[in-house]
Design a binder for this molecule. Sequence first.
Ligand code: UDP
Length: 245
Amino acid sequence: MSVHSKLYEGKAKILYTTDDPEVLLADFKDDATAFNAQKRGSILGKGRINCSIASQLFQQLELSGIKTHFIDNPQPHQMRVKAVKILPLEVVVRNIAAGSLCQQTGLALGTVLKQPLVEFYYKNDQLGDPLLTRDRLLLMELATAEQVDEITHLALQINEFLKEFWLGCGITLVDFKLEFGLDSQQQILLADEISPDTCRLWKTTETDPNRRVLDKDRFRKDLGNVEDAYEEVLQRVLQAVETKK
Ligand code: UDP
């Protein structure tokens, strides 16, 4: 596979075109940002770790019948993916109250939600990724009503699968963000990544609010040991996948 030109550089990944117009190469970076890129830094090894975690999770999801953009890994920090048109939506699923849900509703951190909450945010850095209502989303034609319904259904299915998977790793899935894209046949595929950058992951046996954190909140809140936490998540994922075989 020959890599052509840089198509797009995001905060965590660089996308390259390849000799196949249906295939892109995603190169995962060690760069880390938070609070809409107001906080910047680097997490050593993050590119390799997140790419490896996301690749394992996409393969597990594919086995459970969820269509993703994943193809393979030419390098540990690189993922070949099906070219899709990313919908400008951040789809957040929450099982436990944390982050912006606590800030905006007053719910206490750690409140277990009676049922998963699916939310749509407008993927637009200039506007600060605002929370959308279904009607606003449709008004702005960010997706069709059918697509919103399908994405909601997929997000809940993915949540059920991931909750179980992470539990098998001794990790509680608090919340996470998904992105979806449309392939050349207008099929909806799960895209982007699923990693400690995009999920809140708490060590199940740990109750201390700082020690339990195994995700980007360690970087956001300067909790230290960020690299170790990411590496621990990867090792737990690899072990869970091995046990499943
Ligand atoms: N998230 C993300 N990218 C974003 C915003 C949120 O991956 O641009 C993830 C975040 O890591 C968390 C979930 O989505 O797992 C919910 O985030 P929240 O809305 O609570 O925002 P935050 O507190 O992270 O600003």
